[in-house]
Write a protein that binds this ligand. Structure first.
Ligand code: SF4
Length: 224
């Protein structure tokens, strides 16, 4: 007999916060996070700043899917554009680091620093990110970067809520299928694309094709 998924908990922002700026890495990860926040009547906006995503065609596909879902719910979407030269400058020397290593800490730091700056300049008192919902990410690593970024601004808090809890990780997959989101097959940067393709080749699997058609039976395999 199928088990009943746990019902959603009504969430409140930490530290008495009133407005949330949610960094979003992609639609599959942020779909469940957005629905949890909407169900909790929390005022928020989406901040899309992901200069790590390579190539540009992949970046555009991920962003378009995220924009469409935000528009469907009437949630403001802030497009911080494709600051790719700055990302490569910070990644120099880290090209061969493994996923979940120091290159990823740099990547989170860069994206959350920009999120925190925008929050500070536009009256948001809490920031968070959809990055932590993916089981392929180290939540402690994501949270450490978020807390570090928020600490530069008095009155700004990084919300370390575990979005995977209480059925969140399963709903993330269900929502992605229901909405027909574009499903990425690697984390995001050129190095993760290279390494994922090498792993697939070693296993006799075909290389990733950017912009492959959505497969409704496939869960998101990673997140940016
Ligand atoms: S593997 Fe993912 S998190 Fe790590 S640097 Fe590349 S895009 Fe960023």
């Amino acid at each position: 007999m199928a088990s009943t998924p746990p019902s959603r908990q009504k969430l409140t922002l930490p530290a008495g916060g009133r407005r949330l700026l949610l960094h979003s890495c992609c639609a599959p990860c942020s779909g469940e996070v957005m629905e949890a926040i909407i169900a909790s009547d929390i005022e928020f906006a989406i901040f899309f700043y992901n200069p790590n995503i390579h190539p540009r065609a992949e970046y555009d596909l991920r962003k378009a899917s995220n924009i469409a879902f935000a528009a469907k719910h009437g949630i403001p979407f802030i497009d911080a554009d494709y600051d790719v030269a700055a990302w490569y400058a910070r990644a120099r020397g880290l090209e061969h680091e493994p996923e979940r290593g120091i290159r990823c800490s740099m990547c989170f730091d860069m994206r959350f620093e920009r999120t925190a700056l925008h929050a500070h300049e536009h009256g948001f008192d809490v920031i968070s990110s959809s990055l932590g919902i993916s089981r392929l990410k180290r939540m402690d690593q994501v949270n450490a970067s978020g807390v570090r970024a928020a600490s530069h601004y008095p009155g700004l808090t990084y919300w370390t809520w575990n979005w995977r809890k209480q059925g969140g990780a399963d709903r993330m997959v269900d929502i992605s299928k229901r909405e027909g989101f574009y499903m990425q097959e690697y984390c995001g940067c050129a190095y993760s694309l290279r390494d994922t393709n090498a792993d697939r080749e070693a296993k006799g699997r075909p290389r990733i094709v950017i912009g492959h058609p959505h497969r409704p039976d496939a869960p998101p395999s990673s997140s940016s």
